[in-house]
Design a protein around this ligand. Sequence first.
Ligand code: CIR
Length: 255
Amino acid sequence: MLRALMREVSPSFGRALVRRPGAVAPDAGRAAAQHAAVVAALRALGVEVRVLAGSALWPDCCFVEDAAVVSDGLAFITRPGAESRRGEVALVREALAEVRPVVELSAPLRLDGGDVLRVGDRLLVGLSQRSDPGAVEALRDAFSPEGIEVFGVAVGDALHLKCHASAPVPGLLVSVAGWLPDSLVPPGVERVVVPDAEAYAANTVGVGETVLVAAGYPETSRRLRAHGLEVVELEVDALAAADGSLTCLSVLYSA
Ligand code: CIR
């Protein structure tokens, strides 16, 4: 069974980190409604979802993906790249310790889970402004006993590696063209290429043969359907106002 750990939108979401100064302030009410719809969509697909309480102390706490990387064997707790997000990990660590042995990234190293993309037996790790090369080494130490290989990937000025790529179902990578070098992608993995104009929609979440995708990106939905997948479109623009996307909202793991 697939499980998802999620966390409510903070009442202080209006103060969430936003990359472009001058952007419209994130709206906590709309974001909470969209978040609830994502929870409902996952539950409707049979995912067992646990939703942790949001906290006014942590405006970005709904982006729970950044706090942990979970495999079958362990939960790796990150040290988020933005100082204002460091405290988010405590509750996530507590919840994941109930289901996995926990390993933690040590200071001063920094890592956001949004930079960590699992494709087959590989972890591709974005070397963004939030994630240090040393964290790649720490991930390698933690995950190589499970046979998982770990590679660092340059991401330019993107917030995270997964802003432009995701691996929603086994054997499939969804990404904008040229985002991940073929040499890093395990052999046999197929690609659905998202047009540059719809880059935001490359961030998808898969459950079985169904893919959750941001609403408003019709060509991406069409290409995923053409690949034989069911597509569920979800409005996430209020979460995107704080630079969030679909994968950020959950940590997925098997029971
Ligand atoms: C941040 O800047 O950290 C948040 N406002 C957005 C985090 C999005 N997380 C993700 O893509 N994994």
